[in-house]
Ligand binder design. Structure first.
Ligand SMILES: Cc1ncc(COP(=O)(O)O)c(C=O)c1O
Length: 391
């Protein structure tokens, strides 16, 4: 049977996630018995803290197996309110919150409720690929603004302002950043809020990596700045903070009118996030010492990798957050795809070509450091040998 006719233009236009695609190739190699060190998919290697697992089991055993309110269980929403007031300084009430099956779904709801066909969203270059895909899926047009490599991937505000048109509805920011590990300074946050206010734009702030910040940096939420809560859609995730990627849990904090529409969208699609996972989410907020333990370990791993890259003569902007390194591989005279292929074939280390994150990512590769120090030392050893071949 011929299916082309049955596939919608939207589905046809949707590109597979480049990192997930790569992961499939690597899995294929693993199935053939090859021992690949996987540095491409961004996922904590830690087990989900025990109290979280136990509370999910307890919830299941107590019969928490039914649908819940579409916006999330009141117990979790209360815990989120407390958390965002104290940790993020965002003045939120229950009507400002929707619990979602992961931040990705939250982003989808956010874009779906604000965008009409052709509305533009400013998206950083480089950036995580799903932003553009989701904007396109709901009929919006992604327009890139530069976070250039020669400015350590910080926002080029002049470029950002130039890209604003009468069709622009929102600016997307993602800090701590995937793929660069950059964070935003307070003065940059202020500049961003001035621009959003001047042009009456919404800001979608993906703060999925908020807990993973290093060097005693404090993560500041854009919505905490004066006047910004009313124009910011803040997207949060349990995935990276609590090593809960497979649980699929996140939440969005936004103006009441927008959340109300997102709740209807969730009602009509997912119905609600998984019931017992929501109960586990309440426990997650009590696991501060587990988070601190993981963050300390990530920072040590980052430092280990930075030193190793330096020894290999590979420059890399010091990531202040997330668990990604985005080293500059330009001196090897290979493009980022060729370099990633070379590494995979020569060393069985899989990384993501930087160009998959946008043109500013070319000349770089993304590698995560959510791996044990023992494995990271092995990576450095392998890099030192293999890169000699490239000169
Ligand atoms: C920037 C960014 N936002 C959102 C997500 C997805 O988070 P979740 O697992 O909560 O859907 C990821 C996952 O890699 C990410 O890198």
């Amino acid at each position: 049977m011929e299916y082309k006719h049955f596939i919608s233009k939207r589905a046809e236009a949707l590109k597979p996630s480049s990192t997930i695609n790569l992961a499939d190739t690597v899995r294929d190699m693993q199935a053939r018995g090859l021992e690949v060190i996987r540095m491409e998919t961004g996922e904590p290697d830690f087990a989900t803290p025990k109290p979280i697992v136990q509370s999910a089991i307890k919830a299941l055993e107590s019969g928490m197996t039914k649908y819940t309110m579409s916006s999330g269980i009141p117990e979790l929403k209360s815990a989120i309110i407390k958390k965002v007031w104290t940790k993020n300084s965002i003045p939120a009430r229950a009507k400002n919150i929707i619990v979602t099956p992961g931040a990705k779904q939250g982003l989808f709801y956010a874009f779906a409720v604000i965008l009409n066909e052709g509305d533009e969203v400013l998206i950083p270059n480089p950036s995580w690929g799903s932003f553009k895909s989701i904007v396109g899926l709901v009929g919006g047009s992604p327009v890139e603004y530069l976070c250039p490599s020669n400015k350590d991937f910080r926002i080029d505000f002049d470029d950002l302002e130039q890209k604003i048109s009468h069709k622009t509805k929102a600016i997307l920011v993602n800090y701590p950043n995937n793929p660069t590990g950059q964070t935003l300074s307070l003065s940059e946050l202020k500049r961003l809020s001035q621009i959003a206010t001047k042009y009456n734009l919404l800001v979608i702030s993906d703060e999925s990596y908020e807990e993973l910040v290093y060097d005693n940096i404090t993560h500041v939420s854009l919505a905490s700045l004066p006047g910004m809560a009313e124009r910011t859609i803040s997207v949060f995730s349990f995935s990276k903070s609590f090593a809960m990627t497979g649980w699929r849990l996140g939440y969005v904090v936004a103006p009441e009118e927008l959340v109300a529409k997102m709740v209807i969208l969730q009602q009509q699609t997912a119905t609600c996030p998984v019931s017992f996972v929501q109960r586990a989410g309440v426990t997650a907020f009590k696991c501060e010492s587990d988070v601190a333990r993981m963050v300390k370990e990530y920072q040590e791993r980052r430092d280990l990798m930075l030193e190793g890259l330096k020894q290999c003569g590979i420059p890399c902007v010091k990531p202040r957050g997330s668990f990604y390194l985005f080293p500059n591989i330009q001196r090897f005279k290979l493009d980022s795809f060729q370099f990633a292929k070379f590494l995979l074939e020569k060393t069985l280390i899989s990384v993501v070509p930087g160009s998959t994150f946008g043109s500013e990512g070319e000349g770089h590769v993304r590698m995560h450091f959510a791996l044990s120090k023992e494995i990271l030392r092995k990576v450095i050893g392998k890099l030192k040998i293999a890169l000699k071949e490239l000169g």
